[in-house]
Design a protein around this ligand. Sequence first.
Ligand code: R5P
Length: 289
Amino acid sequence: MGERIVFGGSTSQSLAREVAEEISAKIGELTMKQFPDGERYLCVDVDVKGKDCVVIQSTSRPQDENIMELLQILDTLKENEAGKITVVVPYFGYGRQDKCFKSGENLTSKTISKHIELNCDEFYSINLHKKHILDFFKIPARELDASPILGEYFKTLELEAPVVIGPDNGAERIAAGVADVLKCPYDYLEKKRLGPGSVEMKPKKIDVADKDVILVDDIIDTGGTMVEAMKMLLAQGAANILIGTIHPVLTGNIISRLFANGAADVVATNTINSQISYLTVSSLIAEAL
Ligand code: R5P
């Protein structure tokens, strides 16, 4: 394989450096700045002609700025005749807008996909909110699964007979990935309406009484989902709740709220940089590349 250059956008610079090191590639320097009126300037500071390039950029908050920056990088690489261009978007912002509910609505995740693929040859993301986002791309597009990375972390804690629970049906595949590493049971919380204004969330199959529960989800945003799930599980007798997420979106002061509501541990990967991004996805990306 010829020389490869890895570029990290504003959101993923340290991750890009880790990946570059792991695949023995050069890191590509970029100049990025903003004019006083808010318009963006971007310059690719290395010669990319004929060279394969990898661009790593999460489209997390501020989403629109980070998307624009990604599009600027890709377009500039193409204009400067780069070889194969691979895009890695560890956290794909707007992924929760994955379908239209009425005609006339913008399908934002598709709008973004269409613009990304204009100037790249292959696309990777990590635990997309919905897998069908891959179908929006006409270029090869793959999803990587970081749930084993959460699993490896929880394994180091040597918990006795833990169970892994997702707060809803959609989180079952993350729970399965974590449980596979720990070789323990997994489940998800099912919502049952008990009467007007009264809802119960209970694991579909597992009894959590006296168990260490590892509660996992793809995203923690406002934390409302996790707080509700944790309250239910504690009321059902769970001994300890340890929380893991792939993408720490973290809107507001949610980490202290999670601990205040009884979480014994809260960890995330570095698809988004945050105060709980202890686990790196660099090897997952490096292996895929
Ligand atoms: C929803 O389907 C997602 O998987 C997450 O459960 C959700 O985005 C978390 O949001 P919040 O932290 O605001 O409850």
